[in-house]
Ligand binder design. Sequence first.
Ligand SMILES: Cc1cc2nc3c(=O)[nH]c(=O)nc-3n(C[C@H](O)[C@H](O)[C@H](O)COP(=O)(O)O)c2cc1C
Length: 325
Amino acid sequence: MILYLAPLQGYTESYFRNAYSEYFDCFHSAIAPFIPSGHGDTIKKSRIRDLLPENNHKMPVDPQVIGKYAPEFIPLAKHLYEYGYKTLNINMGCPVSSIAQKMRGSGILPYPEMVEMLLEKLILETPNEISLKMRLGFFKKQEIKDLLPIINRFPIKELIIHPRLGSQMYTGTPDLDAFEWCLKNTKIPIIYSGDIYNKESLTKLQKRFPKQDKWMIGRGVIYDLFLPTTLKQGTLTDAEKVDLFGKFHQSLFQGVIAYRNRPKNQLNKMKEYWGYFSRQFENHQAVHYNITHCNSLEEFEEKSRQILQDEVWRKVPLFDRIMSE
Ligand SMILES: Cc1cc2nc3c(=O)[nH]c(=O)nc-3n(C[C@H](O)[C@H](O)[C@H](O)COP(=O)(O)O)c2cc1C
């Protein structure tokens, strides 16, 4: 079984990937949250900061870009290649309406001729290998049925499929019949992405797709940092959890401080994470309240230390808040 870390804009940036791979080694690699494509040949360092080698310590990562015309991608793709990123992932899954309306992300899926033009140019004009991360379509799953025969004509390295429609956002459940159709209709290696939250959800998928061995985990690992370890190595004791979480959290905190420039931004980012980390504790409402009411980084450090010392871990984390883009 091979596990991949999904891109989650706002959560799985380099500071998370670095801290995570320091203490947990269950992910084979990650796809980075998308970099917007843009016009012109000059690539500002700030645009690719998340991918600069000095910001990426351990976990192998492929960059992801979003856009619809090849010229938007080509200078960026070449630039990333020079930094050592041999594979470029194209985002064909983002459901956010302001993006999809511009035929980007999952908004490109109803237009097979645009996808064809994009891939043709990218394959021809960039040195990178290309992988795609996509949904089943934007409006209807017929879109993937029209697209896959086109995609099959290109030397695509990998297809990551989140089997929902863009118009669904994160509602409903992944369409496993449509995923099965994809498996049967391409020879491109496929990574499954969507709703792996615990051992049971993965086991169900494995029963249905016994030959599938590549799984991507996104929201599940933010709610439950120990999920990949549980899936690969078995359950951890509470003492092991406290120790690992404490070390990971300290490293994440230092990473956020180094990456973000104002104490207020640094504190807000940590509070965002705790919106989900708190779901791992029995007393999750009080934990969340205590963190969100911190007014300084010092207070936050003290409160988070106290929580780790005093609070009881839930056997199974709560998944009661839908995280969406
Ligand atoms: C907050 C958030 C941000 C996301 N950002 C990206 C992104 O930058 N690129 C991408 O391809 N997918 C993105 N996704 C989609 C995830 O990578 C993943 O495919 C989806 O959440 C389903 O998998 P999961 O149930 O394991 O989270 C994002 C999802 C969420 C909830």
